[in-house]
Design a protein around this ligand. Sequence first.
Ligand code: GRG
Length: 281
Amino acid sequence: MNLSNYITHHKKNLDEILSSILPQEDVSPSTIHRAMRYSVFNGGKRLRPIIAIASAEYIGITIDKIIYSIGAMIELVHTYSLVHDDLPPMDNDNLRRGKPTVHRMFNEAIAILTGDALLTQAFEVMGSIGSYKKNGDIVSLINEFTSAIGSKGLVGGQVMDLDKKSAPVDEDEIRFIHRNKTAALITFSAVAVPVFFKRQPYIAGMRNYGEALGMAFQVGDDIVDYKKDGKEPSIVNVLGIEDSKNLFYEYINKAKTSIKYKKEGIYLTGICDWIKEGFSL
Ligand code: GRG
């Protein structure tokens, strides 16, 4: 199956699981459930769950309900981070994926609570993963997840990003932002399956893959945003456009070379090309 069909196929199954996890819109109080479903089913690429699914493929684990649930858990946290990031005290965006942001469609209080509820729902899914497969390493999965998304991961990266919106930024600080705000959850997506299934020999390689791909993703996004509206803080402030582009390609190559078994890793390397082409720098 080519990558495009692979993504379409798994996205459909993943969306079915997400739909079964999220309360229906008419469940009281319906406003929050409408907002949760609105934010999740709003045209996301599902990049992070697809990475988790491709990592299962890489290490020879059948793609079943557990793998989709790991993907769903990640997508719920990703969506919460975007809903909060769009709020007025953060990025103050009116549109996300071309449609009104949650605080514009509903209101700010509902957007804050939507993020809170999605984050909480992710941990409910984590509980169900632990119950389906009793011999999985759920404790290590929880530890990986909380380090990736807490104040020493996603939240910490967002704080540094906010601090640096109106202050000079150096290369170490920009790398800190990229590593935490973006690469931490992408890295979690790459290591979650080998961690839960206790496939130790694969964990370091998948961590290298996730870190490099996550860094590439944010460098690419910085370049696109800088060209569009000079958004700061940006790697472009520190390295300029040409060196930032070179760094992007370096990270993409680093992610690809972390995949030792080329046949089994065909979708993982395909995802690197997908990102490379998607940014078309
Ligand atoms: C509010 C705690 C908190 C954190 C927010 C916004 C954020 C931190 C993290 C997002 C980091 C990120 C990936 C930034 C790049 C901007 C971008 C392209 C985000 C969207 O990610 P995609 O492209 O989103 O994977 P889709 O729409 O496909 O789901």
